[in-house]
Design a protein around this ligand. Structure first.
Ligand code: ADP
Length: 640
C-alpha cells in the first residue's frame, strides 16, 4: 500500500508531538473526546434540520475502550464520521479549521506552550501513541475507511469495515520509558479521573466498561439462615464517566447552596466554604456562563508574587485553560471560578486569545458583575462584607492607586476606612452624608494603628469641631486617597496638612497678627533646627498639646516613611517630606519660650526648639536623630 505524505506543516507539528516530553500529554484524551463530541453535534443538528426524527439525543455516545493486553486505548463515537476524502483532508492536513495559527518562525518553546494551553486536536494523539488507527464511516454512506499512521513518514488509507456511522480511533500506546508511564492511560481509574477533569461536561455520555465486584445474592447466609462470609463475583458495568450537565449551566433556582460550596471546595481545593458565590449567565453580544467565588480567607500566598490570578476557561463545556489571567483585572484577582463561553474556538492559541474581542467583552462584563455583587453585599450584609474587606480590601486599595488611578471610579464605593466618630469602618458615602454644613474636606489621619492615630495631637481641633476623621493604617492608603483626590467633589485633606481650612476670616486675621508679633522668635526657632524644618509656625489645630508636625507640598510624613521603606535603586535618594513644626501659642511652653527669648537666653530657646521637634517626631511615630542628646536634655531639665 502506498504511503502518503503529510502536508509540510502537519509534519512539523506531528514531529513536535512525537518528541515532546510533554507534561500535559494527558490532554490528548480531552482533544479526542471533544472531536467525538463535535462529530455527534454535527450529526445531531444535521438530522434535526433535515427533519429526520430517526435519531434522538439518547442514541449518541462516546465509548472508551482500554485494552491492557494489546496496550491500546480506543475512542469511539457514533457521530457524523468521515468519508474517504474527509479522512484525507482532515487528518492529513493540520489546521483545516484554520484555528491553529502555526507560525513557521515560532521558537520550539512557544510551540510547546501552544500545545499545553490549547491542544492541537487530533495530532495530540501522537504524544502518547506511536501508531494511530482511525476507522470511520460517514453518516449515510455504506463504506468505511481506515486511516493509519505511525508518525511523520506519512499515512496509509484503505477500505475497512464498520457497522454504522461514526469514528473509531485506536491508539497503540508508546513503550513505557523512565520519564513516562503510558500504561496509566489503560487504567480505569486514571481514565475516569481524566474524563472528570477535562470532559465532565461533554453533553453526550462518555461510556466505559468497568469491572466491578458484587456479592452473590444469598451467599451471606447458610441454610439455617445464619450469617456467613459471602461470596463475590466480578461483573462488568457500562459506566457513564461524565456528569454531562455542568453546575454552571443549571438553573440557579435548582442549585442548593451546599452544591455550590462542595463544587468550590472540590474544584479549587479550599477547606472553607466560599464567602460569596456569583453565578451569572448572559446572552447577546457575549454568550457565556460564569460561576465565580470569593474565598472566605485570603490564600496564604495571596499578597505575594507566587499568587497567580485567573479563571478557568471553558469553550462549550470543554476546559481549554486552567488559569486565564485575562479574564480578571488585578484588583479582583481574589476571585476564583470559571467561565464557559459559547463563542470561543477551542483550538485558539494563547497569543490570539489575548487579543480576542470576545474575551475582552467577557472580562468587562465580569468586572461589572463582581463590583455590583460586592456592592450588594456591602449594602445587605455588612458583617460579611467586612470579612471580605479584611481579607481583600488591601487589594482594592492597590487597585485604586494602580494605573494612575484609572479604576478609582469603579472601586471607590467599595472602600472602607475606620471612622473617628463612628468607631467602625465606614464608606465615603456614609462619611459625606454626615459632613457638617461648614465642613470643606474629607479629613484623614495616618498612622500605625487606630489607637495611635487616635492620640495624634493634629486631630484635636477637628474633633472639637465634631468633624469625622478617617483613620488610615495601611501603607497604600494615603497613596490611594491622593490618587482619588476627591469623592463627590469633596476633597481629601490630611490632618497633618498645613492648612485644614478651619479658620474663619476673623481667626485668620488674629493668627496673622500673632505671627507678626512673634516673627523673630519663630525665625530663631527655625534657624536653631538647622534645616530640619521648612518653617516653624503657630498652630491652629492644636488644643492641649504643645507641638506637632505637619507637611507642606506633595509628600506627607506617612508617604515619606512608606517610600523610604521600599527597596531603593543604588544611589537613589531618600524622599523627604517638607516638615513644618507647629507650636501651640496657647500652651504654657510657648509662653516660656517667648519669655526666654525676650530675656535673651537664646541657648535655652535653641535647646528647647530641638526638644520640641524631637517630641513632634516621636508623636508621629518617627525615630529621632540623636536619642542620646534627647535623653540628656530631658535629664538636665529634670534636675533643674
Ligand atoms: P479541529 O478539531 O480543530 O478541527 P483536529 O485536528 O482535532 O482539529 O481535527 C481535524 C478535523 O478532523 C476536524 O475538524 C473534524 O472535521 C475531523 N475529525 C476529527 N475527529 C473526528 C471524529 N471523531 N469524527 C468526525 N470527524 C472528526
Amino acid at each position: 500500500m502506498a504511503m502518503k505524505q503529510f502536508q509540510a506543516e502537519s509534519k512539523r507539528l506531528l514531529d513536535l508531538m512525537i518528541h515532546s516530553i510533554y507534561t500535559h500529554q494527558e490532554i490528548f484524551l480531552r482533544e479526542l473526546i471533544s472531536n467525538a463530541s463535535d462529530a455527534i453535534d454535527k450529526l445531531y443538528y444535521r438530522t434535526l434540520s433535515d427533519g429526520d426524527t430517526g435519531l434522538s439525543r439518547d442514541d449518541f455516545a462516546i465509548s472508551l475502550i482500554p485494552n491492557k493486553e494489546a496496550r491500546t486505548l480506543t475512542i469511539e463515537d457514533n457521530g457524523c464520521g468521515m468519508t474517504e476524502e474527509e479522512l484525507e483532508n482532515n487528518l492529513g492536513t493540520i489546521a483545516k479549521s484554520g484555528s491553529l495559527n502555526f507560525k513557521k518562525e515560532n521558537e520550539p518553546k512557544e510551540d510547546i506552550e501552544i500545545i499545553g494551553q490549547f491542544g492541537v486536536g487530533f495530532y495530540s494523539a501522537f504524544m502518547v501513541a506511536d501508531k494511530v488507527t482511525v476507522v470511520s464511516r460517514a453518516y449515510g454512506s455504506d463504506k468505511a475507511w481506515k486511516w493509519e499512521s505511525s508518525g511523520v513518514e506519512g499515512y496509509t488509507m484503505e477500505p475497512a469495515e464498520r457497522s454504522g456511522n461514526g469514528t473509531t480511533i485506536t491508539l497503540q500506546l508508546k513503550a513505557n520509558s523512565e520519564e513516562n508511564n503510558y500504561d496509566e492511560y489503560l487504567d480505569t481509574y486514571r481514565i475516569r479521573e481524566l474524563v472528570r477533569k477535562y470532559s465532565d461536561y461533554i453533553r453526550y455520555p462518555i461510556r466505559m466498561d468497568v469491572e466491578k465486584s458484587r456479592m452473590i445474592e444469598g451467599t451471606d447466609k447458610d441454610a439455617d439462615g445464619k450469617y456467613k462470609t459471602p461470596e463475590y463475583e466480578t461483573y462488568t458495568e457500562n459506566e457513564v464517566l461524565n456528569s454531562m450537565v455542568p453546575l454552571w449551566r443549571k438553573n440557579k433556582n435548582e442549585i442548593k447552596e451546599e452544591e455550590y460550596n462542595q463544587f468550590y471546595k472540590d474544584k479549587f481545593h479550599d477547606f472553607s466554604d466560599p464567602l460569596l458565590v456569583i453565578h451569572s449567565s448572559t446572552e447577546g453580544t457575549a454568550t457565556y456562563n460564569a460561576l465565580l467565588f470569593i474565598p472566605s480567607q485570603a490564600p496564604y500566598n495571596y499578597y505575594s508574587r507566587d499568587y497567580e490570578k485567573g479563571l478557568q476557561l471553558y469553550s462549550n463545556g470543554v476546559m481549554i485553560m486552567e488559569k486565564c489571567a485575562d479574564l480578571l483585572p488585578d484588583y479582583f484577582s481574589f476571585v476564583r471560578g470559571l467561565v464557559d463561553s459559547q463563542d470561543l474556538s477551542l483550538n485558539i492559541s494563547r497569543e490570539m486569545l489575548q487579543h480576542d474581542r470576545q474575551l475582552k467583552l467577557i472580562e468587562g462584563r465580569l468586572e461589572k458583575k463582581i463590583k455590583s455583587e460586592l456592592e450588594s453585599l456591602l449594602n445587605h450584609d455588612r458583617e460579611k462584607y467586612e470579612q471580605f474587606y479584611r481579607n481583600f480590601g488591601l487589594q482594592l486599595k492597590y487597585g485604586v492607586y494602580a494605573d494612575y488611578g484609572m479604576h478609582k471610579d469603579l472601586l471607590q464605593d467599595l472602600l472602607l476606612f475606620y471612622s473617628s466618630s463612628e468607631k467602625k469602618l465606614v464608606t465615603f458615602k456614609e462619611y459625606i452624608s454626615r459632613m457638617k454644613e461648614d465642613q470643606k474636606y474629607i479629613y484623614y489621619a495616618c498612622g500605625e494603628s487606630v489607637d495611635r492615630i487616635d492620640l495624634l495631637p493634629q486631630t484635636e481641633a477637628l474633633k472639637e469641631k465634631g468633624y469625622e476623621i478617617l483613620y488610615l493604617t495601611d501603607d497604600v492608603d494615603e497613596f490611594a486617597l491622593r490618587m482619588m483626590m476627591k469623592v463627590d467633589d469633596k476633597e481629601f485633606r490630611s490632618v497633618s496638612a498645613d492648612d485644614l481650612g478651619l479658620e474663619t476670616e476673623e481667626e485668620k486675621q488674629e493668627a496673622a497678627k500673632q505671627v507678626e508679633e512673634n516673627k523673630d522668635l519663630l525665625a530663631f526657632l527655625k534657624d536653631s533646627l538647622s534645616g530640619k524644618v521648612k518653617a516653624v509656625i503657630l498652630s491652629q489645630k492644636l488644643k492641649s498639646h504643645p507641638v506637632c508636625l505637619s507637611t507642606e507640598g506633595a509628600i506627607s510624613m506617612e508617604m515619606e516613611k512608606v517610600l523610604n521603606a521600599m527597596p531603593q535603586p543604588e544611589g537613589g535618594e531618600k524622599v523627604q517630606a517638607q516638615r513644618v513644626l507647629e507650636i501651640n501659642a496657647k500652651h504654657p511652653v510657648f509662653e516660656k519660650l517667648a519669655k526666654l527669648y525676650a530675656d535673651g537666653d537664646k541657648d535655652r530657646v535653641a535647646k528647647y526648639a530641638k526638644l520640641l521637634y524631637d517630641q513632634a517626631l516621636l508623636i508621629e511615630g518617627m525615630s529621632i536623630e540623636d536619642p542620646l542628646a534627647f535623653s540628656n536634655d530631658i535629664c538636665e531639665l529634670m534636675v533643674q
